[in-house]
Ligand binder design. Structure first.
Ligand code: HEC
Length: 155
């Protein structure tokens, strides 16, 4: 085989390798992105849970701001669940996202939707003055988090 032909093949192989490396980097970034976004949700719901449980005093302004933030972030983590990014897939980041997500994708998506709706309801209630209803809604949101974790997140 002429040398030029060989180097062409070598060049093609290098390109193919680079392509797969960069798509794995994209998967890694997507995993980190979703974990960060989920961490933002946890940070925002923390004080809401504390107020709902009476661990800290209810402050209407803080409650409303946290509830708005939570509702704003709730739609965001999910685009990080890209193909090839679950436990057992070939990527470079530790993840607790179980492979079942791919099998039960519709259920996983419907739980995302429920979270988006329940956090919007919480933000709405937080603009009013029915604290009992707000507390119940914080519990509903927390149950939505937990329900998905019980099914799709590793311990
Ligand atoms: C639709 C399913 C689903 C819902 C709803 C959900 N989560 Fe999660 N959550 C996951 C999955 C899956 C992971 C594992 C992600 C990973 O490790 O890549 C996770 C991981 C996390 C993590 C760990 C992130 C990290 O740094 O590894 C936090 C914190 C978290 N969720 C908070 C929440 C909170 C707070 C809520 C509710 C407001 C919530 N989640 C709702 C599926 C969900």
């Amino acid at each position: 085989m002429p040398l030029s032909r060989l180097s062409l093949i070598a060049a093609t192989l290098t390109t193919a390798l680079l392509a797969s490396t960069s798509s794995q980097a994209d998967v890694d970034k997507a995993i980190e992105y979703r974990q960060d976004a989920l961490g933002v949700m946890a940070w925002q719901i923390g004080p809401l849970g504390d107020m709902a449980q009476g661990k800290i005093d209810y402050d209407a302004e803080t409650f409303a701001r946290r509830a708005e933030n939570l509702a704003a972030v709730a739609p965001l983590p999910w685009e990080g669940f890209v193909e090839g990014s679950l436990r057992g897939d070939d990527h470079g980041v530790d993840t607790d996202a179980l492979a079942d997500i791919a099998e039960d994708w519709e259920d996983f998506e419907s739980r995302q939707q429920t979270l988006i709706e329940e956090t919007a309801t919480l933000a709405e209630l937080a603009r009013g003055d029915d604290f009992a209803a707000m507390r119940r809604q914080v519990a509903t949101v927390a149950d939505t988090c937990k329900g998905c974790h019980d099914n799709y997140r590793a311990e």
